[in-house]
Design a protein around this ligand. Structure first.
Ligand SMILES: [Zn+2]
Length: 356
């Protein structure tokens, strides 16, 4: 699974015990246990119980304890737990200020989970930031230093790695380019604005376009109109339905322009497409590349910046969120235990990253 460790020197063994990485999603929670050599020993996924904030915390505990019991490790072997939360997180205080999908509001989840795990430190970070960190650390080569992990699901956002480090922004909001206004007269977004990019590119937008195609008599999916999802649109496009293919092309054109903005703003050298919609396959990537090609024919700058090699799909089994939890723990422990060593390595031109 792991063929490269980016941003961290191999052979440095400040972390001698097992680590747990957790990816908390709106529907499922995945916990993964890795040993001291960073081999995955167990992984467990369970549904997210969102009835109350407390029951959601219990789901996280369940996922971690189940993964642990399968791994052969116990809590005594665990140095720390790194957890990605879908919301606005203060990583230093371990407080989740707002997680709409979980109904969390100013939750000191880090301290609460640490107490539930017998005092094992629990480090929190925004889930998408963590996915970017995980992908960057474990799935890219050291030549990549400027990367965006773009998640396309119910919304659109990116986790950014700039100069080899996770870039959080002033309020932990870096990468929320799905709320870039691209059509001021467009449909109203959940954020209140009109015509945000994610209103044209995320799952609900694709589903809505599919439903409109059905209403217009362009597509007969054999399904009730209101139950048609983005996945159905992709399936129909794969089967050759013209209306569905047009929807994917439109989505790709908007995404192509949005990703062009990311590339131009930050001089990104690798974009990874992840999330539920990206899993629909290469069709979306091809639609994005067509938009890039259109721009490249007009502009030598675009031709230079928008090359197909910059755009990759995340492998569906890569689980970058949980790996990001592992990467976060290693960064925190290395920063805490070996500051002198880190400085020395920096002076030598080493690639150790000490910052979470
Ligand atoms: Zn918006």
């Amino acid at each position: 699974m792991m063929n490269a460790m980016n941003g961290e020197q191999q052979g440095q063994t400040a972390v001698n015990t097992a680590i747990v990485g957790v990816d908390v999603g709106g529907t499922t929670i995945t916990a993964m246990v890795v040993d001291a050599t960073l081999q995955s020993r167990a992984q467990f996924t369970c549904p997210t119980d969102k009835r109350t904030p407390h029951s959601t915390l219990e789901s996280i505990e369940t996922a971690v304890y189940q993964a642990l019991s399968q791994s052969g490790f116990s809590l005594n072997h665990i140095s720390a737990i790194g957890i990605g939360i879908p919301g606005r997180v203060d990583p230093h205080e371990g407080v989740v200020h707002l997680a709409v999908n979980l109904n969390w509001d100013d939750m000191p989840a880090g301290a609460m989970l640490s107490a539930a795990f017998g005092g094992v430190p629990c480090y929190l970070e925004n889930d998408l930031h963590l996915a970017a960190l995980g992908y960057y650390t474990f799935f890219t080569t050291h030549t990549i230093q400027h990367m965006a992990y773009v998640s396309i699901g119910t919304g659109l956002a990116a986790g950014l790695i700039l100069d080899g480090r996770l870039y959080r922004g002033a309020h932990g909001m870096a990468g929320e380019f799905g709320h870039m206004v691209v059509e001021p007269d467009g449909p109203r977004c959940n954020c209140g604005n009109h015509g945000c990019l994610e209103m044209y590119t995320a799952g609900p937008a694709i589903a809505r376009a599919g439903q409109q195609a059905i209403t217009a008599g362009l597509w007969e999916p054999g399904e009730e109109v209101e139950r048609v999802t983005a996945v159905d649109v992709f399936r129909a496009a794969h089967q050759g339905n013209r209306a569905a293919q047009t929807i994917i092309n439109h989505t790709g054109a908007y995404l192509g322009r949005g990703l062009q903005a990311l590339i131009m703003a930050f001089d990104i050298d690798k974009i990874i497409l992840g999330g539920g919609i990206a899993r629909a396959g290469d069709m979306l990537r091809q639609a994005i590349l067509r938009e890039w090609q259109r721009q490249a024919e007009l502009s030598t700058l675009a031709a230079e910046m928008l090359v197909a090699e910059k755009l990759d799909m995340a492998p569906s089994e890569s689980n970058p969120g949980a790996w990001g939890g592992v990467a976060l723990v290693r960064q925190r422990l290395l920063a805490r235990t070996t500051p002198q060593l880190l400085i020395t390595n920096h002076l030598k031109g080493g690639e150790v990253q000490a910052h979470a």
